[in-house]
Design a binder for this molecule. Structure first.
Ligand code: NI
Length: 267
């Protein structure tokens, strides 16, 4: 059986420069190149998360154009202040018009970039959890320095949606609490960083049936390309690192994480 990888989280619409700055949008030609390269690296499918309402149409456009590209709807925590009934209507409309929508995300809490609006973030997180429940779609969580609140809110409000922690950044203990709830853990490029001790520990201990891979490209580029813009192709380096940490084969990691992603997102 041929082994392939799935990048469960790539901002295919976004572009940054080598300094990690100057966020712009990828052109159609640039998206095409990124997807072609990804396929050469054995990455078969990719999912684009949603961050702001103004990018929803562009993300749908890309997902609908390529068989192996899927997308999410949702408003990023630091954009929580922009959330209102009209935005929610737009999210619903996007799901209706884009058959490639596979999750509500990335939603959650970010106390690193935005400390002032914690309560707004919490309310908007709850609203979007309810939206995901209503649509019967999985939830992709962005949790940065907000582990306890993220856990408590999901625990209290989520009824029927599957849950995935994107770019997991908690401890082994927190990972175990999440796994106990049946939630999934996504690991990205940070695991390849030499000093990412906690992340490597999580990669070693997470039950394989709860693990998926991601890049969060164009951000968080893995070694050996750290410092350059990230691409879905580089999910290969994440898989290699986890295989090394767990002392199992690359093929095994590829097979189980791809199967998990396909089942989780129904793709
Ligand atoms: Ni992201």
């Amino acid at each position: 059986m041929t082994k392939y990888l799935i990048d469960t989280h790539a901002h295919l619409d976004m572009r940054i420069n080598n300094a990690g700055e100057d966020e712009t949008q990828n052109s159609n030609e640039q998206v095409k190149e990124i997807i072609a390269e990804m396929e050469q690296y054995g990455v078969k499918k990719v999912i684009i998360p949603s961050v702001e309402v103004k990018y929803l149409n562009r993300i749908s456009e890309i997902a609908l154009k390529y068989d192996n590209v899927y997308s999410m709807v949702g408003i990023f925590p630091t954009e929580a202040k922009t959330y209102n009934d009209e935005v929610e209507e737009k999210l619903l409309e996007t799901v209706k018009n884009n058959s490639k929508t596979v999750a509500v995300g990335e939603i959650g809490l970010d106390y690193y970039w935005d400390k002032e609006f914690n309560d707004v973030q919490k309310n908007v997180f709850i609203r979007q959890i309810k939206l995901a429940n209503k649509l019967n779609l999985p939830i992709v969580v962005h949790d940065r320095e907000a582990h306890k609140d993220s856990f408590d809110i999901l625990n209290e409000y989520n009824i029927n949606s599957k849950v995935l922690f994107h770019c997991f950044s908690g401890s082994v203990e927190f990972m175990r609490e999440c796994v106990k709830k049946g939630w999934f853990i996504a690991i990205g490029g940070v695991v390849t960083f030499k000093n990412a001790i906690k992340m490597k520990e999580v990669a070693k201990e997470v039950p394989l049936d709860k693990l998926v891979l991601e890049t969060d490209s164009p951000y968080l580029t893995p070694v050996p390309y750290r410092g350059k813009p990230n691409k879905p192709a580089y999910v290969k380096f994440v898989a290699e690192e986890i295989a090394k940490i767990r002392n199992i084969s690359f093929d095994e990691i590829a097979e189980i994480t791809s199967k998990n992603a396909e089942k989780f997102f129904n793709i």
